[in-house]
Design a protein around this ligand. Structure first.
Ligand code: Z5A
Length: 223
């Protein structure tokens, strides 16, 4: 156990790749912008792995199916929390840590901030419980940069409804739920301003993208 913890600490210290996460309530454009950020990094000569949570591995994708399935509408908040961390533990050990250790960058659609926002803010799980699981699963590993795409829930949800597909278990929640999730994201950004950039995603797509382009070029210039 102690050996494994020390091994992880050493891995974190020698890692060379950067870890960037994208967050925000649904419909703020994470998937849309992820592709653009990927292209910018590749054009700069950076090797980048794009992934998502929950998911990113075979086990993670299977857990994603369960946690999004409306048939499990009454799932307890603790079960939901532990599924997120089970998927994350697998993701970290089989993909994220190895990629970072190789010097590759990892660009992830959602990570632990989503747990603070959805399970903490949305479901009311005590934040200390999330922090304990975060320390256990991640050790000292945290993203280098987290971009929070922020928009009023009514506007963001209206965008996703245009897609016309059936709503998953989270998408069936009401506006108040997404307001709590949004507030939880913004609170984290206020508490740890060095790691977060809040981007106003209520603007036109091209305006949001030009700000993101600037932020990513800025980060790439620091390597
Ligand atoms: N979850 C959790 O509870 N706890 C956790 O720890 C983790 C996750 C990791 C799955 O996430 C669910 O898991 C998520 C939280 C939970 N549920 N919710 N809600 P997901 O990331 O796969 O699902 P999502 O957030 O629902 O993604 P999404 O619906 O695909 O949204 P998006 O990626 O942010 O948006 P998009 O697909 O890029 O854009 C939506 C549409 O809006 C699209 O047509 C765009 O062209 C359009 N768009 C985007 N930006 C603009 C602007 N600026 N103007 C106009 N139109 C725009």
């Amino acid at each position: 156990m102690i050996q494994r913890m020390i091994g992880r600490m050493i891995q974190d210290m020698i890692r060379r790749g950067r870890f960037i996460t994208l967050e925000g309530i649904e419909g703020t454009g994470k998937s849309t912008h992820l592709a653009m950020i990927h292209d910018i990094l590749v054009a700069t000569g950076i090797q980048v792995m794009v992934t998502r949570e929950p998911g990113g591995t075979a086990l993670g994708e299977a857990l994603r199916q369960i946690v999004l399935d409306p048939d499990y509408k009454g799932m307890s908040a603790d079960a939901e929390l532990l599924i997120m961390f089970a998927a994350r533990a697998e993701h970290l050990s089989s993909l994220i840590r190895p990629q970072l250790a190789l010097g590759n960058w990892v660009l992830c659609d959602r990570f632990t901030d989503a747990t603070y926002a959805y399970q903490g803010g949305g479901r009311g799980v005590p934040l200390e419980r999330i922090a304990a699981l975060e320390d256990w699963a991640q050790g000292s590993l945290r993203p280098d940069l987290t971009l929070i795409l922020d928009a009023p829930p009514a506007q963001a949800l209206a965008r996703t409804r245009k897609r016309g597909r059936a709503a998953d278990r989270f998408e069936q929640e009401d506006l108040i739920f997404f307001q709590r999730v949004r507030e939880a994201y913004l609170l984290r950004a206020r508490e740890y301003p060095e790691r977060y950039r809040v981007v106003d995603a209520s603007r036109e797509l091209n305006e949001v993208q030009s700000e993101l382009r600037y932020l990513i070029h800025d980060l790439a210039a620091t390597i």
